[in-house]
Design a protein around this ligand. Sequence first.
Ligand code: DC
Length: 236
Amino acid sequence: MKYFNIAIDGPAGAGKSTIARKAAGLLGFVYVDTGAMYRAMALHVLREGIDPANEAAVSRACGQADVSIRYQDGAQQVLLNGENVSGLIRTEEVGKTASAVSAYMPVREKLTELQKKLAASENVIMDGRDIGTCVLPQAPAKIYLTASVEVRAQRRFKELAEKGTDCDLEEIKRDIADRDWKDMHREHAPLKQAEDAVVVDSSQMTIDQVVEAILAVAREKGLKTAAAAQPAASEA
Ligand code: DC
């Protein structure tokens, strides 16, 4: 493999995107958020007024939709039929719909192909649900990033409260557990730990500690860059 790929999988709200973005910045890698691609497809389905439970209609609509990504000042932007929809895909409704449409094989095949192409042309840190198991099974460094439902719900609650959004902790917990179940029990490419993935439970860790754990896995798996070098403190 010409490029070094780091795969990060895990349930919703485990902090994958924050961690992956930070680690990618340190390593000079491209960060690929695959959830954003499924979310763009979900937005398309919602806009078309299609019932997410209608597999045939969703698959047809997604087959015709064009999802691509580009980078603006280092940040991933997701385009739906040429429109930058990055600011429209972070709602709970889009997240839930993304979980539903991502269960369908035609949707997965289309996006998996795009993801494989990206990883074949860059050093990437890619996060999602099936990166280590299906999209990049040959990636040298794989991390399964998780955290308890309680901790993930509290983080989400804090995030929403800071934005001034009214929310209920118990409802958030239920939504997270429900999304975990759906992502882990679907027929195609369910969320699961790849056999060769290193599990990192971020429940009691700071962002910097998790980033360091990921860089440590990459180092162990042979990545050699200045940023991946052993931190000074641990050399002493
Ligand atoms: O990571 P996220 O919350 O943005 O992902 C939204 C949904 O997309 C998630 O519930 C399942 C789906 N998804 C997937 O099936 N495979 C991926 N590689 C990434 C996301």
